[in-house]
Design a protein around this ligand. Structure first.
Ligand SMILES: Cc1cc2nc3c(=O)[nH]c(=O)nc-3n(C[C@H](O)[C@H](O)[C@H](O)COP(=O)(O)OP(=O)(O)OC[C@H]3O[C@@H](n4cnc5c(N)ncnc54)[C@H](O)[C@@H]3O)c2cc1C
Length: 485
């Protein structure tokens, strides 16, 4: 296994994770280059959240048992997110690990390390097809899985082309997509940009495996699957502005701003042992479902945790202002729970209906429809909670207001709630505001709607793939009876 280029080594601890990010990567935010992500005020709170998760995973025996296992290759303790399940018990154990990750972060970290680890499991599962297409590429995929698992890599991915002109094609202007400009004895040299890499500044490596023209004739130079360390020479990471307030009183944004970034590749060398697919658009298009087979379940599990949080916060907000006894509000709260329960059962169903893959792993049944349902449901739940909290999501005293001796008597008298003091009520409402009404909440909602790709395009793909033949035949049969009356 020759691959060994990031600074990450073995199962992460909090300290090793922090240190591994200080690797010379080129990260920019607010027009300035970041010296060390782990120390920078825009990134440190999120780095600390990840570091704490790594610590908690090792400190608590039950967490360790759920989220790690012994590598079948080396016997080392590794993240269970990278496990290759071939029995129902192994599949259950894998998704219990996903549940652990998503529960710890209240469903707020869309790209928790569990997600991309499961994509790498999918990459391993596709190795035979990759190898058959080009000798060595399947082996690279298998090696990459071992390397990522043994070094507990945190990964990001960026699939989209830059949003320049969607009516134009990279076949006319190659700068519209990432492309291979050279193949040499060391590897491929790539040029261009990719978006939107959530978690990029906190990741060890990036995986690239899609673009908008994959299956088009003549698009070979744009078709590539590869992995690259975030400190690769020529890779520039541009992050969006941070969402946490300088005083850190927005609790969720202060810890769970997982960042979103543009990636610029300025003639970057990708060594051959990191390339998994090149030029074959049909193989790439076909492989997309295969490599996402486990990660899609991880996203459902994460969204379930988020819905549970929504259900609790909505009920507590309603209670805090004494509207929870009203019939309409109870219906609204029940509607949120109906979505939460539907998703819980659907997750269990996808696992129960798991089928073997051609490589012999066990994968949950395809559940793309569930993903597009979730994209809509999330918006509906946000709308319900906004309606319940109403003006309370706009006006609450800040921590500084609460601390003011002059203001406090007024706040205690006029801004407390039903059986709840002003301090607790304002903190609850500010948390709810972060979920449904401020910059962090809006970003999360954009994420819920778009992170699986454009839902409209997804539904169209669902329409094409769905087998209606049996019911269509029933309809033909019923209407044919009219003719014989
Ligand atoms: C918060 C957030 C985090 C994300 N994280 C990641 C990540 O980690 N990794 C990653 O790879 N991606 C990520 N994404 C990107 C996400 O996958 C895309 O937003 C999604 O695929 C839509 O692409 P786009 O944003 O480029 O929209 P565009 O393609 O620019 O579309 C803009 C609008 O035009 C419409 N449109 C575009 N083309 C057509 C067409 N041909 N016909 C009809 N209508 C069309 C779309 O429906 C949409 O309404 C993230 C996005 C967000 C918002």
């Amino acid at each position: 296994m020759a691959l060994q280029t990031t600074t990450a080594r073995g199962l992460q601890t909090g300290d090793s994770y922090r240190e591994s990010l200080d690797d010379g990567r080129e990260v920019w935010v607010d027009g300035k280059r970041v010296a060390n992500v782990a120390d920078h005020p825009a990134f440190k709170p999120a780095v600390d959240v990840f570091a704490n998760l790594f610590e908690r995973r090792l400190a608590d025996p039950e967490s360790q048992a759920v989220s790690t296992f012994r590598s079948p290759e080396t016997g080392n303790l590794v993240s269970r997110s990278y496990s290759l399940p071939s029995t129902p018990e192994e599949l259950r154990a894998k998704f219990r690990a996903s549940e652990w990750w998503m529960r710890q972060s209240l469903g707020q970290l869309g790209r928790s390390p569990d997600f991309m680890a499961n994509v790498v499991v999918g990459l391993w599962d596709y190795h035979r097809e990759l190898e058959a297409d080009r000798a060595g590429f399947g082996e690279n995929a298998k090696n990459y899985h071992s390397y990522a698992m043994e070094n507990d890599l945190v990964l990001t991915h960026a699939l989209g082309d830059p949003q320049i002109d969607r009516s134009a094609s990279p076949l006319d202007d190659p700068d519209l997509a990432l492309r291979v400009i050279e193949e040499n004895d060391k590897g491929i040299v790539i040029r261009g940009a990719k978006q939107l890499a959530t978690l990029a500044p906190f990741s060890h490596e990036v995986l690239i495996y899609l673009n908008g023209v994959t299956a088009q004739r003549g698009a070979e130079q744009f078709v590539m699957w590869f992995a690259l360390p975030m400190n690769a020479p020529g890779l520039t990471v541009l992050c969006r502005g941070p969402l946490a307030r300088p005083d850190r009183t927005n609790i969720l944004a202060s810890g769970y701003d997982e960042q979103d970034a543009m990636l610029f590749f300025d003639d970057v060398l990708v060594p051959w042992d990191r390339v998994f697919l090149l030029g074959n658009g049909l193989l790439a298009a076909k492989g997309l479902t295969r490599i996402n087979a486990w990660s899609i379940q991880s996203t459902h599990i994460r969204f379930h945790e988020r819905l549970k949080l929504f259900a609790s916060v909505a009920a507590m907000v309603a209670n805090a202002i004494g509207v929870d006894s009203f019939r309409g509000i109870q219906e609204d709260l029940g509607e949120i729970i109906s979505y939460t329960e539907t998703l819980r059962l659907a997750i269990a169903g996808a696992e129960a209906l798991a089928t073997p893959t051609p490589t012999g792993l066990l994968a949950p049944t395809a559940s793309h429809g569930l993903g597009f349902w979730s994209a809509e449901v999330s918006g509906r739940v946000v709308e319900i909670i906004r309606r319940i909290g109403a003006s309370g999501f706009v006006m609450q005293p800040s921590e500084a207001d609460l601390a003011s001796l002059e203001l406090r008597p007024l706040l205690d008298k006029y801004m407390h709630g039903h059986d709840i003091g002003v301090a607790e009520k304002s903190r609850l409402f500010r948390l709810a505001t972060e979920l449904v009404n401020d910059g962090f909440g809006l970003r999360q909602e954009m994420y819920e709607y778009l992170h699986r790709g454009d839902p409209g395009a997804g539904r169209t793909r669902l329409l094409r793939a769905y087998d209606r033949s049996e019911t269509d035949a029933d309809v033909h049969e019923i209407i044919s009876r009219v003719a014989t009356l």
